[in-house]
Structure formats: C-alpha cells, structure tokens
Design a protein around this ligand. Structure first.
Ligand SMILES: Cc1cc2nc3c(=O)[nH]c(=O)nc-3n(C[C@H](O)[C@H](O)[C@H](O)COP(=O)(O)O)c2cc1C
Length: 174
C-alpha cells in the first residue's frame, strides 16, 4: 500500500543531526552553481548564487531551488513573481564569489542584459531558465521555491562550474 503523502512535520523530524556532519556528508554530493536573478524593484537587479537549483518535472516543466530564510535578496525578488536561473560556466568563478556576497550592489561591474522575458541575465552564462513562481513552501531554515519554466535556452555550451566538498571545479567525462 502506498504511503500517504504529507508535509514534513518539524516535530517528526526533530532528530538530532549535527549541522557540521550534515554539511560534510552533503558536501560529498556535487552541485552546479547558478545565480538566481530578478528585480528587487523596477530597474534594480538582484541576485544570489545557489547550489540547490534542480530540475523537478518534465511535463509540466518545473524547476526548484532553496533560498536561505536569511537571504536579503530573495524576499524582494519574489515580489515580481518571476526569477531567472543563470547557469555558470567554469570560467565564471568570479560571478559565484560576487553573488554569494551580501549587501553591496552585486551587479556593479557585472556585464548583463535582459532575458527574453525582461529579467536580468548575466553575460557569458552556459544556460538560462526563466520561471514564474508556482509555489513556495517552508523547508526548515530555507524555503523551497518551485518555478514553472516559461522559457529556457543554452547560450554557450561550455564546461559548467561545479561545487564539491567545499571547493570549486568542473566536469571531466570518464
Ligand atoms: C556554491 C554556493 C552555493 C550556494 N547555495 C545557496 C543556496 O542554494 N541557497 C542560498 O540561500 N544560498 C546559497 N549560497 C549562499 C548565498 O549565495 C549567499 O548567502 C548570498 O550572499 C545571499 O545573498 P542575499 O543576502 O543577497 O540573498 C551559496 C553560496 C555558494 C558559494
């Protein structure tokens, strides 16, 4: 018999897992690096680097990512109802550093343009995925944002930037 589907109950899941151990174990699973961009106000671009971006569903086309509840950019960006995923290439480490910083205008000195739907898109990225927010749920100290894909393209089929065990790298085929 299939198990019933239900939301994660924080009481059920209150098992003591040491955060450092969690980080260490999960660090053994590599991720790509994206910058999620959007408008924090008309004409004012915002963005944050994320490793939690993932493909969710093919039909309908859905993707997701998890912004930290402490993110200063996401609460502003989400108000427009749309976001743009910028997949970084291995030669764009500087953009990961810039967009994983806090506060200052991260777009200062960063060449960018507008996506098909008018969202901020960084120059030189590997791929772009434009979304509208389908839903957003609390997930512990993060949110889970589900995005309905409105438009997507490969802009430069270059090697991706990867993050693994706290270090950056790229992909080598076996
Ligand atoms: C490789 C990498 C992956 C990251 N993944 C995430 C993520 O999935 N979610 C998140 O909220 N922050 C993530 N961060 C941290 C944010 O980029 C960082 O906290 C950023 O400064 C938040 O900016 P904000 O306060 O402008 O939103 C990641 C940082 C790096 C370097």
């Amino acid at each position: 018999m299939p198990l019933p589907m239900h939301d994660v109950d924080p009481i059920d899941t209150a098992i003591e897992i040491d955060p450092a151990h969690f980080r260490s174990v999960l660090g053994h699973y590599p991720t790509g690096v994206c910058v999620v961009t959007g408008w924090r106000a008309p004409g004012s671009a915002a963005g944050l680097a994320v490793g939690t971006f993932t493909s969710v569903s093919l039909n309908p086309a859905l993707v997701g990512f998890c912004p930290d509840k402490r993110s200063s950019s996401w609460p502003l960006m989400r108000q427009s109802g749309r976001f743009c995923v910028n997949v970084l290439g291995a030669d764009q480490l500087d953009l990961s550093h810039k967009f994983s910083s806090r506060g200052a205008d991260k777009f200062n000195g960063v060449s960018h343009g507008l996506s098909k739907l008018g969202l901020p898109v960084l120059d030189g990225i590997v791929a772009v995925i434009e979304c509208e927010i389908a839903s957003e749920v609390e997930a512990g100290d993060h949110m889970f944002v589900l995005g309905r894909v409105l438009s997507l393209d490969i802009l430069r089929p270059a090697a991706p930037l990867l993050f693994f065990k706290g270090r950056y790298g790229t992909f080598t085929a076996l």
